[in-house]
Write a protein that binds this ligand. Structure first.
Ligand code: PMP
Length: 396
């Protein structure tokens, strides 16, 4: 028997989906190991009391029994209205989903046909590629720079004849690079979508996780466009175990996506929707998001401080401004697969840069290190273990 378990990091890397259990290079998480690869929020930064009160209020109210019936495919009207008010859109543009991945699948299945061209962030959130596998499309990566996906490069490619049906980007605290699309680039992207006739799938789960000093663009160009599917989720603010999210759709697409939803799984749990609607009306929910932003900022600081101390000039760090992780580049002409193996032997795991490439071994030497779920002491210890493995291989 081995103490190896499959972690959420391995799932995110898409290894089991592609290679099947057994033959994949699974992420190993032995007892005492530190997981810098995951995407969970810290449970102590979730509003557990708000949850408990909302569940009690919903289950004790007269409106509870009807929630156990089937409910509309687009979601409970009250929750759609609450989210629409927060997003500044009409309620008929909001569709409730079972989380972000479900929203992405609905977007892909309602927009794309086999053989279509889809532009994606480079580096890319790899689970989106797994969703695209459902259809079989041509994936074209476009570089993510300091202000988000590079609209200048995209424009050149479009002028040269590239004709995508859709473009996928994570606009805020991008997974994995951490960068945020500027308002200027957001507007340029919408203009290109209109000129060349493609749809933007903007997947924005980290928008709510801003550090106290970070200003997040309002996304008014996305909101006002009829070419944007804005996919979001409560997974980072209320936990991925909840399975609840939403899409802000172009009004003209609402009927089509609801039709698809009806045929796929019918609806999201009415009980959970009512609970979340209660939580959104509770001022402690917004307060918990602000507190969580400060909590994640402290964790990020612990991680980046440890990186600077352990690696000195052997690491380039994309300083996080929000979200759950930092994207780093480690120096050295070494075998980074071996570094990953050795790190796991020493009791730390993370996400390898190559997993965020569309093809080949791009982002060799990069790593995505998560601080979201790990305590500050373990962040420091995890970096120390990684640095030990790196020193062994580089001889530094
Ligand atoms: N998109 C991105 C960019 C993510 O990082 C995640 C979560 N890791 C998701 C979508 C999936 O969200 P959910 O858990 O709500 O399905």
């Amino acid at each position: 028997m081995t103490d190896t378990v499959l972690t959420s990091s391995a799932l995110l890397a898409g290894l089991p989906a592609r290679q099947g259990f057994g033959d994949a290079t699974l992420i190993r998480l032995a007892a005492g190991s530190i997981d810098l690869g995951g995407g969970n929020p810290a449970t102590d930064l979730l509003p557990l009391d708000v949850y408990r009160d909302a569940f009690r209020e919903v289950t004790e109210s007269d409106g509870f029994a009807p929630l156990l019936k089937y409910s509309p495919a687009s979601g409970l009207p009250s929750l759609r209205a609450s989210i629409a008010a927060r997003e500044g859109v009409a309620a008929d543009r909001v569709l409730i989903t079972n989380g972000g991945a479900h929203g992405l699948a609905l977007a892909v299945l309602s927009l794309l046909d086999p053989g279509d061209v889809v532009v994606v962030d480079d580096p890319v959130y790899p689970l989106f590629l797994r969703v695209l596998d459902l259809i079989g499309v041509d994936v074209t990566p476009v570089r993510v720079g300091a202000d988000g996906i590079d609209t200048d490069e995209l424009e050149h490619r479009l002028r040269d004849g590239l004709r995508p049906k859709a473009l996928f980007t994570v606009p805020t605290f991008q997974n994995p690079s951490g960068v945020t699309l500027s308002a200027e680039r957001e507007a340029a992207l919408v203009a290109l979508a209109e000129q060349y006739g493609f749809v933007i799938i903007a997947d924005d789960p980290y928008r709510a996780i801003a550090f106290p000093w970070t200003e997040v663009p309002e996304r008014s160009a996305f909101r006002d466009s009829d070419r944007v599917f804005a996919v979001n989720t409560f997974s980072k603010t209320l936990g991925p175990g909840l399975r609840l999210g939403w899409i802000v759709l172009p009004a003209a697409m609402s009927e089509r996506v609801t039709w698809l939803r009806n045929r796929l799984d019918g609806q999201t749990s009415g009980v959970l929707q009512a609970v979340v609607d209660r939580m959104l009306a509770d001022e402690r929910f917004d307060a918990s998001i602000i507190a969580a932003g400060a909590g994640y900022a402290r964790k990020a600081e612990a991680l980046t401080t440890a990186l600077r101390e352990e690696f000195a000039d052997g690491v380039e760090i994309a300083e996080p401004q929000g979200g759950f992780f930092t994207w780093v580049r480690l120096a050295g002409d070494i075998d980074f697969a071996q570094l990953f193996e050795r790190s796991q032997d020493l009791g730390v795991t993370y996400q390898r840069g190559e997993w965020f490439a569309t093809t080949g071994d791009a982002f060799r030497g990069f790593a995505r290190l998560s601080y979201s779920e790990v305590g500050e002491h373990d962040l420091t210890e995890g970096v120390a273990r990684l640095a030990r493995a790196w020193r062994e291989l580089t001889g530094r």
